[in-house]
Design a protein around this ligand. Sequence first.
Ligand code: HEC
Ligand code: HEC
Ligand code: HEC
Ligand code: HEC
Length: 156
Amino acid sequence: MSHVWRPLYVVLGIVAAILIARFFVVPPQFGVWERGYMYGWHNKAAETWWANFRVGYKGREYCKDCHPDNYNKIMASPHKIIECEDCHGPAIGHPDNPPKLEIIKSRLLCLRCHTKLPYPTSLRSQLPGFLNPDEHNPGIECVSCHDPHSPVLGGK
Ligand code: HEC
Ligand code: HEC
Ligand code: HEC
Ligand code: HEC
């Protein structure tokens, strides 16, 4: 019968070795110590980090009272579906710190969204307003012709 018991001892030995190793290897801030594998499978120190995390984006209602012209213009344009902070960056702390938000006039700001991508399955190539940057007035900043807050020339 020992040919049956011996492999079992080996298995029990491996399990015991894993449990002992775990005691030394799993770091104390790993939540598994208190709540088991089901809910504790993460770095417990990260809980404090996330609790103190401040979301950097405020949303455009925050801008409305101080920058009403930009707000009203964009809400009457096709760009009403994008947020101010898509172009100006996160506004947390503004206007105290930073007192101003970034203004980017490069073509790349617009082409990040407006480059026509050829991938047929993404449907991106069918969205309106997407163009080939090599053909549409290459070398000139988009904002020298289009107002980013009301981009349709002739108004909309
Ligand atoms: C409490 C008022 C207030 C709020 C809210 C506010 N701003 Fe401002 N913002 C200012 C002031 C004051 C300045 C600096 C004066 C100026 O240049 O107009 C400024 C400057 C800016 C500038 C730079 C303007 C320039 O000419 O350089 C941008 C861009 C800007 N804000 C965007 C935003 C956006 C986007 C939001 C919302 C996410 C926002 N602001 C919310 C008051 C505000
Ligand atoms: C599509 C990108 C984009 C979006 C979205 C956008 N802006 Fe701008 N914004 C710009 C650019 C580019 C300029 C600089 C334009 C120029 O000088 O020709 C600018 C300029 C500004 C300025 C400087 C003064 C002025 O009127 O030119 C303020 C203030 C401002 N934006 C606020 C806002 C607010 C508030 C929103 C949302 C309601 C917003 N922007 C949405 C790209 C954007
Ligand atoms: C964050 C993505 C994003 C950025 C950045 C952006 N756009 Fe747009 N733009 C859009 C979307 C989405 C639409 C709406 C498309 C639609 O009509 O469904 C749009 C619409 C437009 C339209 C109207 C197109 C039409 O046929 O009605 C113009 C013109 C335009 N954008 C120019 C610009 C310019 C110039 C810039 C840079 C200053 C810029 N956009 C930056 C996403 C963006
Ligand atoms: C020299 C001026 C000029 C420059 C620079 C320019 N455009 Fe245009 N754009 C126009 C004119 C004119 C139209 C046609 C009138 C309209 O549809 O508003 C147009 C049309 C568009 C349209 C409408 C969709 C279409 O294909 O008809 C979008 C989107 C657009 N431009 C985005 C951009 C972007 C993004 C940039 C920068 C990469 C840019 N434009 C640079 C003048 C310019």
